[in-house]
Design a protein. Sequence first.
Length: 126
Amino acid sequence: MAQSTHHRWADIPPEQMNPHVTRQYITGTRTMLARIVLKKGALVPLHHHMHEQICHVVQGALEFRLEGRNVAVRAGEILCIPPNLPHQVAALEDSIALDIFNPQRQDWIDGDDAYLRGGSGAPAAP
């Protein structure tokens, strides 16, 4: 039987994905919770994954491009993204988001997430 675990974001070192995006995450038995910090203008390029994603914007505002439209998600709002739906994200303000993924993002665990690393988080053009 699995045992419960207790975590504090303060105990999880932030991973600098690029100059504009940091992340922290924890994994459960089947699910992952990520805390993503994005500076205003940061861009997460178009990508998709097999994971269901639920994004709760805790602070700031993010603009998602998906299904041929832009959706602004502001503090206190939640966006549910089904598996395999292409999407990109731009930070309209300095923002903090909590993302739930099911199943876990094995690509993140393995470090196979080049779309977030290096220069790929450069601010979007004004």
